[in-house]
Design a protein around this ligand. Structure first.
Ligand SMILES: [Zn+2]
Length: 272
């Protein structure tokens, strides 16, 4: 808005009836809430899986502190886009973007605090939390050549009171049965060539569950590379997502398929 138009609006305020001022307040509040949601999602994205158990099935669940909450169908806890990020628990969300501006202009902590109307201690905390943000954010989208593979982890019952379906054990341990079983959970790890990495616990080792994780993650131009089996869950999910799939046969030690298509970027523990 031009400065002269804004001044004209301000001059009109005393001429408004109380009902008109009430409507104006509601309109501004509504605008502020929409801006806040957009600003927060520009910083941390929108949730695509549960931050507690990584279950991919989530659904909208009311609103709190100006942000929409989401409920997980797996655990079933509620959360918002900030849960388990360094920005969780910080107050005055409406001032974050302004603070980042002062930060990028190279202002000192004390000056930034003064400009944002927060105390120096809070400004110092904010600086550390914002600096920690990039490292904690999981990739929300992967493009180009994308490597993916499944691995299995022992199911953890940490924090569960009683009713353990197996004997308690100390940290770590081994599965009693070899290969996939109810003692272990499948985890899908996905990484593109820029290093953007995401992972998700799959409720089941099936193509529906794999598709639910890959669908929001893969860009249209993605070429998915995985360990073999043209009819495995990953290949089927790639077909359903309409992205190209290149199979790399690890069991035959052929890790590089044709030049650029390989799964060497994944950690060795995942590649098997
Ligand atoms: Zn969950």
């Amino acid at each position: 808005m031009k400065k002269c138009t804004f001044q004209r609006c301000l001059r009109a305020v005393p001429t408004m009836t109380s009902a008109q001022r009430h409507d104006l307040r509601i309109a501004i509040d509504h605008r502020d809430k929409k801006d806040l949601v957009a600003e927060v999602s520009s910083l941390v994205g929108t949730p695509t899986a549960c931050p507690h158990c990584h279950h991919p099935e989530i659904r909208p669940w009311e609103q709190a502190a100006g942000l929409p909450r989401v409920r997980c169908r797996g655990c079933p806890r509620t959360f918002n886009a900030l849960t388990n990020t360094p920005l969780s628990g910080l107050h005055h969300k409406d001032r974050w973007m302004f603070y980042l501006e002062t930060f990028s202009e190279g202002e000192s902590v004390r000056k930034a605090a003064g400009r944002c109307g927060i105390n120096t201690k809070a400004a110092f905390l904010w600086r550390h939390r914002f600096l920690a943000l990039p490292a904690c954010l999981k990739a929300r989208q992967e493009s180009g050549i994308v490597e993916t593979d499944e691995t299995w982890f022992l199911r953890s019952y940490k924090g569960q009171r009683g009713g353990l379906p197996r004997r308690a054990r100390k940290r770590g341990g081994r599965a009693q049965k070899r290969g996939p079983s109810r003692e272990q959970v499948p985890v899908l790890v996905v990484r593109d060539r820029s290093g953007a990495t995401a992972d998700a616990i799959l409720p089941k080792d099936g193509h529906r569950e794999t598709f639910a994780v890959l669908k929001p993650l893969l860009a249209r131009d993605a070429v998915l590379c995985s360990d073999g089996r043209g009819k495995g869950p990953i290949a089927l999910a790639a077909r359903e997502r309409s992205v190209a799939h290149r199979a790399v046969n690890l069991s035959k030690e052929i890790r590089v398929l044709t030049g650029v298509y390989h799964i060497q970027q994944l950690p060795p523990t995942i590649r098997g």
